[in-house]
Design a protein around this ligand. Sequence first.
Ligand code: ATP
Ligand code: MG
Length: 454
Amino acid sequence: MRVMPAELVFPDLPERVREVIRTLGDAGHEVAIVGGAVRDRLIGLAHRGEWDAATAARPEEVASLFPGATWENRFGTVTIGAEPLVEVTSYRAEGTYRDRRRPEEVRFGVSLTEDLERRDFTINAMAWLPMDLDAGRGTLVDPVGGQTDLDARILRAVGEPRERFAEDALRLIRAARFAGRLGLTMDPATEQAIREAAPTVETVSAERVRDELMRILALDATPSVAIGILERLGLLVVILPELAALRGVPQSKAVPGDALDHSLAAVDAAAATDPPELRLAALLHDLGKATTLRDGHFIGHEDVSAVLAANVLLRLRVPRALADSVVGAIRHHMYDYDSAWTDAAVRRFVRRLDGIDRDLLFALRRADNAASGVGPAGEANQDELEARIAEQLEAEHALLVDRRLAIDGHDLQRELGMPPGPEIGAVLDRLTELVLDDPTQNRRDILLDHARRR
Ligand code: ATP
Ligand code: MG
């Protein structure tokens, strides 16, 4: 059956995207918009994130037209900077996949239709070919029935599902992302193939799994839906076994559900617009509950959670600084503030959180509270704690703001003739406690006086 190309209007193409199309077109190359932007346009969703373009031009031709673009040599993707990012991929067919990771060979110089046929899902295998760029008019190229599936809200692999997942097991996780984001039903053959291939997701590189997981966590709508699909299809237990282990771990919270339900509710309670590490922290914040339940309590679960989360983040090759923030927030998420805390107690708390990303920690706690059904009292408690901390920091207590005691070890050696050694550290610790209790004591003369009287 030959389908007539349908006209499709793209009224609000970002100027950057037009520019890229114009530059390639003026140089005589066919160019089309593909991927998420076309799919989102057809269902009337605003497209966030990068734009994908495909062109008949070879990668080196694309790169020469856009000086300053990043060029990923082997796979022929050229990323053109500035918001929104435009990723230009040369039409290509892919050869055999021996290791379920990467194509063995990439063949350029094929048609747009062939390029679309090597893509993962029918809803992702559509292209928009511009005719009149200024008016945003063009035609929809849809060789594998993507629009029909999109209208019926069906996720279907292009071609033979088993083969497609054997070529690249990352597609298994992508399936959950698209189905979760768009509320799609899986075509039965596609779903069956995913279940069968689930263990092979282990062969995907950690970086690709990480990036796909972060894209799930960045979904506008509740990421819990996509993660639930990962679980249902047997993928979660392979990529995040520590999280899958929370299924069935009972919780006694104001809201029903087990520890996995709670973790996912905490993820959903954070907004897509929050920094990405918040949803990551929420996802992993209770991993320790799988092994710490004794007599209805999860004693010390935050420490176990922190250790497990650190393992997960290392395995997924999450950048060190980000992993450290997440682990720090998880380790400290069980503090128990109440209004009776003295100002000195508030200062001690801040001091204990030295080196911890407090904004992340507090946002995690708010998400945790929301997911626990703690209600307005919990919010008010957290508001009060943050206000009291701000008050202490505003008073510019040097010890909190600059982490500075008015004297140091050299002063003790010079002024008191103390020999170098552990004794100096002990005296400084005692003086630190003193200053936390009463910041007005943080003066050189007073502290030396105290030290003399030790
Ligand atoms: P989003 O809107 O989230 O960016 P997307 O559909 O654009 O979703 P991308 O990862 O940006 O997804 O990929 C762009 C397009 O490239 C996809 O729509 C799909 O056609 C193709 N594609 C990406 N990754 C794969 C893959 N692993 N296997 C096959 N095709 C892929
Ligand atoms: Mg995209």
